[in-house]
Design a protein. Structure first.
Length: 316
């Protein structure tokens, strides 16, 4: 086994052996899960508590982190503007309301992901929740993001969903190995109004890979999900079937529309918890023993596309 693969195997073993005290716990309203399970985006009234003074440099991902709260979400939230240097109008609006408790309209991709949870319980409430005042105000403990942001007030920033020049995404083999081995446990019954999810940190935000179209689902009002196979850049198959979302009005969505089954395109994507799978597991818990502990239910949102034209790739 190559040294890099040995190190990865050891890392995964350490993740699996992480004690329960390091688990991140998210409690969501069942109604929220059902509302957003087949939506790519969320519209929210947003209170900006703390924002980066300037976007991250390109080699650090080029994002701008905007920590805040929303009564439409009821959790600690970090909104992230991708390629923020190309969205000066949106950045200016964010900075103008930072710390004022003034609500602004924000639209973007909702994202639940165990990356900065802070080893604590995140309990969805019916209000915007308290302001975070601890260390690292722009990156408070959270598992919910609006990432990437699509619109801030009247500033449409969908054009920022593109490859990040000067940034090196995660290697597909390393990233998807982590996703596929991620710990996830659901506690709920089919009639439960609240759902508890236990998970452990995964990270590995931006990943570059090849997507091969398997089939299309019904197009949603805010974009489209595809069933796809996941391959490395050298066309090694990593996953036979994974849901990938494309946001309406973005370059990745326009590039995927003409793809036929079996055709491929190279994608920059970010992972998030697949709430449709969470919902399905809850509904089928009585029929399929163990389904609530089946591992991390994830999907990928396309936030950039590299290929100009679709192509054939890999073996079926």
């Amino acid at each position: 086994m190559a040294p890099s693969r040995i190190l990865l195997s050891l890392a995964l073993a350490l993740i699996a052996a992480t004690p329960a005290s390091s688990e991140e716990i998210l409690v969501l309203n069942r109604s929220f899960i059902e509302k957003f399970k087949n939506r790519l985006t969320i519209d929210a009234k947003y209170i900006v508590d703390a924002a980066h003074k300037k976007p991250n440099p390109a080699d650090k991902d080029g994002d701008m982190h905007v920590a805040g709260r929303s009564p439409d979400i009821g959790l600690a939230v970090v909104a992230e503007i991708q390629n923020a240097k190309d969205a000066p109008g949106a950045v200016q609006i964010v900075r103008s309301v930072e710390g004022t408790n003034q609500q602004i309209d924000v639209q973007g991709v909702w994202r639940i992901w165990p990356e900065h949870g802070g080893d604590k319980t995140h309990n969805q409430v019916s209000s915007a929740g308290p302001r975070f005042t601890g260390k690292g105000a722009t990156n408070p403990p959270h598992v919910f993001e609006i990432h990437p942001v699509l619109k801030v007030q009247n500033q449409d920033v969908r054009s920022t969903l593109k490859p990040i020049e000067g940034f090196e995404p995660k290697n597909a083999r390393d990233a998807f190995t982590r996703y596929e081995h991620g710990f996830f446990e659901i506690k709920a019954t089919p009639k439960a109004k609240r759902v508890t999810m236990r998970m452990r940190m995964v990270g590995f935000n931006y990943v570059e890979f090849i997507m091969r179209v398997n089939k299309r689902f019904k197009r949603e009002s805010d974009g489209e999900f595809l069933s796809a196979s996941i391959l490395t850049l050298d066309e090694e198959l990593l996953s036979h079937d994974r849901r990938i979302g494309f946001v309406a009005g973005t370059a990745p969505d326009e590039k995927q529309k003409p793809l036929k089954e079996g055709e491929c395109i190279r994608i920059l994507g970010i992972p998030r918890v697949d709430l449709a799978l969470v919902s399905w597991r809850i509904q089928n818990a009585s029929k399929k023993p163990g389904v609530l502990n089946w591992g991390l239910p994830y999907e990928i949102i396309a936030v950039g596309v590299f290929d100009d034209q679709p192509r054939e790739c890999g073996d079926e």
